[in-house]
Design a protein around this ligand. Structure first.
Ligand code: ZN
Length: 361
């Protein structure tokens, strides 16, 4: 019965999904080595290196209060409950299913939480932090083990893909054959046509141009030839965008846009990727959509769809149009304003493109 209720009421948001691919065998011991909720409301974790973590938040229901939990690979030996203090009711360590470990933090009623702003940050190959709350009163640290124990292998640390200063480097970019592919990135709108205007006057043309330029830089570093349909705020019709790609016989065409909802509804956010026809276009769209969702936690997946937009309909090669979020949506707009998020999106799109190019060889 509890399980049924749980499923019915399951309204969680994925706080952040890590992209590391290390998978531990089912029978291995828990990847969680130590954890602590510090006096400043930050949860710190130490795990085995290259652990694949998943973090979730669920609003209070009839059964329990607001809960944040992290799932780790490897089975926990001794399930236990630890009493909390301040805003924290209790911490439970359990095994939700065989071969897994779950760390649940349950908050007391009426604790003010802002889960949509939460972000899990990798400090190192084996250390993580996430700010959960701002303690109003003195909060006493709770935890088990040493979270900041240094790893022995310093060299491995240096090669780590996690770098403190550039979070977006979470997304390690795949390798493709050098100088084999040439692609066209099309930043939507430009010049007198600003595209969508969002909350606080944020303009689509500026956002998509910046994202496109970063994509070009990233892909160029991987030996992919990238042509931008525009590099400045210029007025460029749709037909020339298409002919640039068709004339150079590009391998793929990717148009970058940001959305606006009718009536500028602040409650509408989300990401979507369109293709016009063909399995290649669809594959490219799926790869990109998957990656951009990963860097936009909480923002709805509006899916991979067929669309009849001029630029993807008239280009000869596999072509997609990516909508990187709603400039009119509260959640998306706040992010799209930030340079770091634009970089993350650029990484995500570059990653999706490289994965596609790798697959089609
Ligand atoms: Zn647009």
């Amino acid at each position: 019965m509890i399980r049924f209720l749980d499923n019915k009421l399951f309204r969680y948001i994925s706080v952040f999904l890590f992209l590391n691919s290390a998978i531990l065998p089912v029978k291995s011991s828990s990847a969680l080595a130590a954890w602590a909720i510090k006096t400043n409301g930050v949860l710190e974790l130490r795990t085995k290196s290259n652990t694949n973590l998943k973090a979730y938040f669920q609003n209070a229901n009839q059964i329990s209060g607001d809960r944040f939990w992290v799932d780790f690979p490897g089975e926990l030996k001794n399930p236990r409950i630890i009493k909390g203090n301040g805003p924290i009711k209790e911490i439970r360590l359990g095994k939700p299913n065989k071969g897994k470990t779950r760390l649940v933090i349950e908050f007391k009623e009426d604790t003010y939480l802002k889960p949509l702003t939460w972000r899990m940050v990798g400090l190192d190959k084996n250390r993580w932090r996430i700010k959960l709350f701002n303690p109003k009163y003195t909060f006493k640290q709770i935890g088990e083990g040493l979270v900041d124990k240094k790893r022995g292998n310093i060299k491995a640390n240096q090669n780590s893909i996690y770098k403190k200063k550039s979070e977006y480097k979470y997304l390690k970019l795949p390798e493709v054959k050098q100088n084999k592919f040439s692609i066209v990135i099309d930043p939507g709108h430009g010049g007198p046509d600003p595209g969508a205007i969002g909350i606080g006057g944020i303009r689509e043309t500026d956002v998509v141009l910046e994202v496109s330029k970063i994509i070009k830089k990233l892909l160029s570093e991987k030996g992919v030839k990238v042509t931008l349909t525009r590099k400045y705020e210029v007025n460029l019709d749709l037909a020339p965008r298409v002919s640039i790609a068709n004339n150079m016989d590009a391998d793929i065409f990717v148009s970058i846009h940001a959305n606006a909802s009718r009536g500028k509804r602040k409650d509408i956010s989300g990401l979507e990727t369109f293709y016009y026809r063909g399995w290649r276009g669809r594959l490219l769209a799926k790869n990109i959509q998957k990656q951009i969702l990963r860097v936009s936690p909480g923002s709805p997946d509006r899916g991979v769809k067929q669309g009849r937009f001029y630029v993807i309909k008239n280009t000869k090669m596999p072509a997609v149009l990516v909508e990187i979020g709603f400039l009119t949506g509260r959640l998306d707009a706040r992010r799209l304003e930030q340079k770091t998020h634009r970089k993350r999106l650029a990484y995500a799109i570059a990653k999706g493109i490289l994965q596609y190019l790798y697959k089609i060889g």
